[in-house]
Design a protein around this ligand. Structure first.
Ligand code: MG
Length: 384
């Protein structure tokens, strides 16, 4: 029996994680849950999964919840609360299904307390990948990816020599605007963006998928998780999203990982690793598949991808700056304050202004993050 904490349990990955747990009552137990502010979902989850500890980031909502649930359930609140909750002795593995830079503190806290990590959050790793991976090595903690592409690379690498990687093909569905002209991208609406053709996800990642920043963040994620150089990572548009990524080895052999587009599949593997558990999840029907398509990404239409490569080449604090400027731009886009194509403009302007630092400490990274957020607000003010 593995005891699991699910951070971000009211979101899409959180709900899928709980569904995996529900399917294997003899293998996994939920001992802690955390949400931002959605206490209605959390209340139902507490009734069903009976965790000992929960965390609500919004302190007013935490007080409201306290009136409704048994006093035997301990409630933590705020960001500090989340850093405390992950240290609890009963937890074996922490699922990071929260989005954004806010995951960084709790992630470091969980690694330092020796918990295995199932990681869906990208932003923390993008910001401080080298520090996080060093820390995980020091504390003998596994960081098991949930993101479908990283899960694919991880699985294709099992039993292989990491030094024999020639290239990683990071596949991308291409998002909802794969076939939309650059001119038309100027006038796409929030509703156009939030309708993703392959995956149903949270709002932040859905916008990132439309700008291809999501793939950009995954370049950085893959570099850090698998310790590969940026020039070995190639983005490959694959609209069917059945091949979740591939590795080409030095001898010309390619290992690909395929499965139906259902996030419960990589989640289940990260929870059950090294076991494979038989399930009733969707399958690929190869007999009904006519074709699989592949294409080069269009860097002109999707400048975020080039910006992410730039951050991946220069490293230092630049990935954190890219991420922070992107988080602010996406938030502003979702509020209707800026246009879709202004997102990469803001990120680029903030990156250009940044004076980079080699081998930054965690506090250097936090400072760069705060600086980039402020700078992004300023740029949005000027452009908006
Ligand atoms: Mg992905």
């Amino acid at each position: 029996m593995k005891n699991i904490a699910v951070l971000g349990s009211s979101g899409s990955i959180g709900a899928s994680t709980l569904d995996v747990v529900r399917r294997f009552p003899g293998s996994f137990q939920v001992v802690a849950l955390a949400v931002n502010s959605d206490i209605d979902s959390l209340y139902k989850q507490i009734k069903e999964f009976k965790p000992q500890n929960v965390c609500v980031r919004d302190e007013c909502k935490a007080r409201l919840l306290a009136k409704k649930i048994p006093s035997s359930v301990k409630i933590y609140c705020g960001e500090i609360g989340l850093e405390e909750l992950v240290k609890d002795k009963s937890i074996d593995q922490v699922v990071f299904a929260v989005s954004g830079a806010a995951a960084l503190g709790p992630l470091i806290s969980a690694i330092k307390s020796g918990k295995d990590i199932a990681l869906a959050n990208k932003e923390a790793l993008v910001m401080a990948g080298q520090i996080i991976m060093r820390l995980a090595l020091k504390h003998k903690v596994n960081i098991l990816p949930i993101d479908s592409e990283q899960s694919a690379i991880w699985q294709a690498l099992l039993g292989q020599d990491q030094a024999s990687i020639r290239s990683i093909y990071l596949t991308a569905s291409g998002g909802p605007f794969r076939n939309v002209s650059k001119r038309k991208l100027n006038s796409v609406t929030i509703n156009n963006v939030l309708h993703h053709p392959r995956w149903k996800m949270g709002k932040k990642i859905t916008v990132d998928s439309a700008t291809l920043m999501n793939k950009g963040l995954e370049i950085l994620e893959a570099m850090f998780l698998f310790n590969v150089e940026v020039n070995k990572i190639k983005v490959l548009i694959h609209p069917e999203a059945l091949i979740h990524s591939m590795i080409e080895f030095v001898d010309g052999v390619v290992m690909a990982q395929l499965s139906a587009t259902d996030m419960r599949i990589p989640i289940q593997y990260a929870l059950a690793y090294p076991k494979r558990l038989a399930n009733q999840l969707p399958r690929i029907d190869f007999y009904s598949l006519k074709q699989l398509h592949f294409a080069k990404p269009n860097y002109n239409k999707f400048p975020c991808l080039g910006l992410a490569y730039q951050a991946a080449r220069q490293l230092g604090c630049l990935p954190a700056v890219l991420n922070a400027a992107n988080e602010v731009s996406v938030e502003k886009f979702l509020k209707g304050s800026i246009k879709f194509m202004t997102i990469p403009k803001v990120v680029e302007k903030v990156m250009c202004k940044h004076r980079n630092l080699a081998n930054p400490s965690l506090s250097d990274i936090m400072q760069a993050d705060a600086w980039a957020r402020q700078e992004a607000y300023n740029v949005v003010g000027r452009l908006g």
